[in-house]
Structures are given as C-alpha cells and as structure tokens.
Design a protein around this ligand. Structure first.
Ligand code: ATP
Length: 324
C-alpha cells in the first residue's frame, strides 16, 4: 500500500473566489490526519521551479473570507512538455511529497491527469473555476460568488438603463460555457442571454428587442458570454438596424473573478477540501471532488474534463417565457 505522509497543494489556471477556503480546508484536514502539507506557489510553475514551503495550520488562518489565492496561480506551458513534468516530479521526490491536491479548472485537471498517468502520482482535484464548466459537479468553487457579483453589477446597470431608456449589451466571462451568462440573465430579468451552447442570430435578437420595446418596455438588457463577436460586435450590428435606440455596451471584466467568496462557496470549498484528503487516504486516485444534489462525489478526471456539461434547457425556456 502507498502510504501518504505528505501532500502538496497548488492552485492553477484562472483564480476563483473560494480557492483560499479550499486551501484552508485541505491544509487543516491533512494536518488533522497527521499528514504534512507542502504549499506549492504559482501552480505547476512552482512545482517545476521548486517554489515550495511547508504549511502549518496558522498559515491558513484568516483566509476563508479572502478572494483570489494566497498560493498565487499561473498558466504554465512548461508543464505541457514531458521535460517540464519530469522536473516537477523530481521536485516532488526531493520535497518528499507523496500526493497532490490541485485546485483549478479543466486545464488544471487535464494536466493533473497526464502527470498522474506518467509518474503514478496520486492526485485529487478540486473544481476551482468561476465558469462552472466541469462535468460531474453541480457547482464549482467560485461560480456562485461570480454569479452574485454579476447580478449586483447588472442590477446597477439596470438603474441607469431605465433612467435613460437605453439598450444595454453586457458582456460576462465564459468563453466556452454559458452558465454565468444564462443564470445571471435569469437572476436579473434580462431579455436574453447569448451563450456558446445555443446559436442566436442577430435577427432573433432584433426581434426580441423590437418586441420588448413595442410592449412598452423602456429599456432592455442582453447578457452576452465573451468570445464570438462579443457584446461590442453585437451592439454594432444592432445599432445599424435600429439607429433610434440608444445602445450601450458594458464589459464587466475582471471584477467577476474578485471579491470575498459567498457563504455557498466557502461551505462548498470547505466540504470539498476535507473530502479531498478523505479520498486520498481512502486510496482514491485521479478523481475530482464534485457535488451532486448536495452530496459529495468522486468523479474520475477523464469524466470531469469531458466537454459536455448540460447548460439546462429548462432554464433557457424560463428565460424566454419571462422576457415577453
Ligand atoms: P480556468 O478554467 O479558470 O481558466 P484552467 O485550469 O482551465 O482554469 P488553464 O490555463 O486552461 O486553466 O490550465 C491551467 C494550467 O494547467 C496550464 O497553464 C498548464 O500548466 C496546465 N495544463 C493545461 N492543459 C494541459 C495539458 N494538456 N497538459 C499538461 N498541462 C496542462
């Protein structure tokens, strides 16, 4: 049996609110189980360069409420090469790290899967991304906070949109996944959401806007997921056909990543962090911790990163019905 005496922990890819709560939970659950914790800085980059330090319980004090990640994060192309991963493995051996807990999105879990297979390293992943695009979990750490941040911003935009009788295109994050766009549109009562999972033609959009204004709405808001033509591109096309409308664009940008995590994300991160250590000690390997119907589940990396998490057709339908 492979005994785990020491784990390494890292955050990688895009930062997400709640990553710190996860780091705290993993660290404390490990120490609770007499397992040593080594903190790896800057994601896989720190594993390659050896930017590693031991964490005690005090190192994670007072961070549960902080956004971002105290371990920093990075995109690391070197880890995509065999030589890079060999250097990472050599550092793991040098530091006597027996297993890894990685917190990040699909890229991070893809890297973990390859590394685990190549060097037979036990790895457990936590889904840390605002995009909510990982299969096998109802929610990812950071998604709820980002959704609430968007909701608050859109509520504010609505005040000015109504006062000036304007048509707003609001761009949110989610290049390949429309969870943030669709659900923020639902939560703020927007006309529609333009998302990667569903084709929306400019004609359809124009019909919706025309109907909306005709039915005495004095302002309109459309949420657009980034990527594609984006909010700016759509606004320009619509402006050409409706010169009478006062069209504006708002790109929410990086505020969506920041801020103190919501209660939901803190609790989710805490439960998942403890579950990650339980899974490793239970000899689970190469799994992501997920949550389904409020139950913690272990999802093989191969399933978590496959690209077909359903957006929820019923939600698209509800948005349509409610925008009449
Ligand atoms: P987010 O979804 O929030 O952007 P992410 O984890 O998907 O987060 P990526 O930038 O896609 O973010 O991936 C993070 C890191 O994971 C990469 O910089 C790289 O170090 C590693 N990684 C991604 N894909 C691979 C791969 N195919 N092989 C090895 N490592 C990878």
């Amino acid at each position: 049996m492979y005994k785990i005496n020491c784990i390494g922990i890292l955050t990688s890819g895009g930062d997400a609110p709640g990553m710190n709560a996860a780091i705290r939970a993993v660290t404390r659950a490990a120490i609770f189980n007499n397992v040593k914790v080594k903190a790896i800085y800057h994601g896989y980059k720190g594993l390659i360069t050896g930017n590693i330090t031991e964490f005690k319980t005090q190192n994670v004090s007072n961070i549960i409420q902080q956004g971002g990640t105290i371990l920093k994060t990075a995109r690391c192309t070197e880890f995509m090469t065999k030589e890079g991963r060999q250097a990472a493995y050599d550092n793991m051996r040098r530091e006597e790290i027996d297993a890894l807990v990685v917190i990040g999105g699909d890229g991070t879990l893809t890297g973990a899967r390859i590394f685990a297979q190549e060097f037979e390293v036990p790895i457990v992943g936590l889904p840390g991304t605002i995009d909510n695009d990982l299969w096998g979990t109802d929610s990812t750490i950071g998604y709820d906070t980002a959704l609430n941040t968007i909701m608050q911003a859109v509520d504010k935009i609505r005040d000015t949109a109504t006062s000036h009788e304007r048509l707003f295109f609001i761009e949110v994050m989610g290049r390949d996944a429309g969870f943030l766009a669709l659900n923020s549109a639902l939560a703020t009562g927007c006309e529609t959401a333009v998302i990667p999972e569903k084709q929306t033609s400019v004609e359809e959009l124009e019909d919706l806007i025309r109907n909306g204004f005709r039915k005495s709405k004095n302002s309109s808001m459309v949420i657009v997921a980034e990527g594609g033509v984006g909010a700016q591109g759509l606004a320009e096309r619509v402006k050409q056909n409706f010169p009478e409308y006062d069209v504006r664009v708002s790109i929410l940008g990086h505020i969506q990543r920041g801020g103190s995590p919501s209660a939901y994300d803190r609790i989710l991160a805490s439960r998942m962090g403890v579950a990650a250590i339980d899974a490793l000690l239970d000899e689970q390997r190469n799994v992501m911790i997920g949550i389904v119907n409020d139950e913690i589940v272990n999802v093989p990396f191969s399933k978590a990163i496959k690209d077909d998490k359903q957006i929820g057709e019923d939600r698209i339908n509800v948005l349509q019905i409610l925008s009449i």
